[in-house]
Each structure stands twice: as structure tokens, then as C-alpha cells.
Ligand binder design. Structure first.
Ligand SMILES: [Zn+2]
Length: 282
């Protein structure tokens, strides 16, 4: 039995553009069923989607029971206008608009709220991150608004300061969390939050020729060093492959993530009761 704690059913692991185009005349249910079948074949019984803007994860959630998969979704990512998140999300300008999006996600059946706190890594620029997308005060308010509606918050976030801010603000799971420093471990331990490090998308790019391998390797190594220590000290680590991302196919991507974590000595749902944590908090 495996758990996919961060995936995007909408994307096919090959082309983001084609993935979006696939559903432009209505949701392609066959594509979703194909992915769910792949997951079932790989023994995945729990799938936590990162959301999308075309209601594909919502449709997957509806169908997943047929494949005996417990499927959770935030429906869409909520991101600040002009900042990272537009690939899979809906934008807000102010907190009133954020609150409206949270309410709408609730009416659409969201299981939790997903926000972006900082950008992606720029592998052509030594893995630099953009953001933060909002002030710490605003971030706290976003978490408050979400919990007022009964939701935990899952945050896409990279960079040690951004990770610490997200944890202090009350975010329950850190997605990616690249470029951490050792101090983030205390924040995780104090808040009880879960780390979903999504190693596969960076790992699988090595040797692909799209980005400099040296940068990819240094990003992964910086992640590994803190991750291993965090695991040893009891931070709950969950296996989420970001499947659907470039070179991370559904089903196989989840296996990849487990293998990468296991090579670091991390057994995601054994050592730390991670899935129980996930079920409880996110
Ligand atoms: Zn993702």
C-alpha cells in the first residue's frame, strides 16, 4: 500500500500545455480514469491532489472510489495575483477576495486549502526562488480565514525564511520546502506540521538536459541534508512525488519518490506515523 501525498492528476508528466488543452472542451474523464487506474496498479490507496484550475482534481475525487483510492483535493491552488500559482490556481488581490475563494473551494468540496507562499526554483539561475508572495501578517490572516472555515492549509513553499513563516503562521503541511536550513526542524517539531519534500521532480530532471545537472544535484543535496536530520528528530515526512510534473509520471512517480526517500534512509509512513498525521491535520 502506498500513499501519494502530492500529485496533480490534471498533468501528464510530459507537457503542461497539452495537459491543460486536454480539458478545454470539458473534462476528459477517460484521461482521469487512466491516471486513477495507474495509481491503483501501483498500489496507491491514498492520493492528495495539489489542485488545478479546471476542476479536474474535483472530478478525480468523484471517480476515485471506483478505484478504491481515498482522494483528497483543495480543488484549486489559491495564489496572490502576479505571484506563482497561476499554473494550477486562482488569484486573489486582497484578503476579502481570498476569503471568497476559500468559501468557493468549500462549496466545491475541498478537503483543505492550498496556497503558494513563494515561487518555484529557477534551475537556470542556481535554483533561486522568487517570493515571498505576501507579508507574514497577511499569511497569518490567510491561515486564520481558512481555519475559520474548518480547513487546514497546505502550502507550496521554498526557502528557509518562507518555510519558517509558513509554519509560524499555522500552515499544516510544507510542500517542497527546498532550500531549508537546519533551524526549520525546530519549527516543524514545535508545530507538528508535515513535510512533503517532493524530491522526484528535481531528481528525475538530472540527466534530462533541460537544466544544469550541477544545480539540480546541489538543490537535492541541500534538501537531503536537512531532511535526513528532520526525519531522525521526528518530523513527519510524507511521500508526495508531484506526479504530473515534467518527467514524473503517475504511478511510477510515486514509486520514484519512495525509492529516493528510502535511499536517504527515510521510510515515510513507518518511522513517523506520517499518514495518520496527514489524515489528522490536512
Ligand atoms: Zn505540485
Amino acid at each position: 500500500m502506498k500513499y501519494e501525498c502530492h500529485g496533480h492528476t490534471i498533468s501528464d508528466g510530459v507537457s503542461y500545455k497539452d495537459s491543460m488543452a486536454r480539458h478545454k472542451n470539458g473534462i476528459d474523464e477517460q484521461f482521469i480514469r487512466h491516471n486513477l487506474k495507474l495509481c491503483a496498479q501501483h498500489g496507491i490507496s491514498f492520493y492528495r491532489d495539489g489542485g488545478d484550475k479546471l476542476m479536474v482534481s474535483a472530478a478525480a475525487k468523484r471517480l476515485a472510489g471506483e478505484y478504491e483510492i481515498d482522494y483528497r483535493s483543495p480543488i484549486y491552488i489559491i495564489h496572490k495575483s502576479g505571484y506563482y500559482g497561476q499554473m494550477y490556481g486562482r488569484a486573489f488581490d486582497d484578503l476579502k477576495a481570498f476569503a471568497r475563494l476559500v468559501k468557493e473551494a468549500k462549496s466545491l468540496g475541498a478537503d483543505f486549502i492550498k496556497i503558494t507562499v513563494s515561487g518555484m526554483l529557477d534551475f537556470n539561475n542556481n535554483g533561486r526562488i522568487s517570493g515571498p508572495s505576501m507579508s507574514y501578517g497577511e499569511l497569518c490572516e490567510m491561515v486564520n480565514i481558512s481555519s475559520g472555515e474548518g480547513f487546514s492549509v497546505m502550502a507550496h513553499v521554498n526557502g528557509s525564511d518562507n518555510i519558517k513563516n509558513a509554519l509560524s503562521a499555522g500552515v499544516k503541511s510544507i510542500e517542497h520546502g527546498y532550500w531549508p536550513d537546519r533551524d526549520v526542524i525546530d519549527y516543524f517539531l514545535q508545530t507538528g506540521a508535515v513535510w512533503v519534500p517532493t524530491c522526484a521532480p528535481v531528481h528525475n530532471l538530472i540527466g534530462a538536459g533541460r537544466f544544469p545537472d550541477g544545480v539540480l544535484k546541489s538543490v537535492l543535496e541541500a534538501q537531503r541534508q536537512v531532511l535526513v536530520e528532520a526525519y531522525k528528530r521526528g518530523v513527519p515526512i510524507a511521500a508526495g512525488s508531484d506526479c504530473g510534473a515534467f518527467m514524473v509520471p503517475h504511478g511510477k512517480g510515486t514509486e520514484d519518490e519512495y525509492r529516493i526517500l528510502s535511499e536517504m534512509g527515510i521510510e515515510p509512513e513507518r518511522g513517523n506515523r506520517t499518514i495518520e498525521e496527514i489524515f489528522k491535520v490536512v
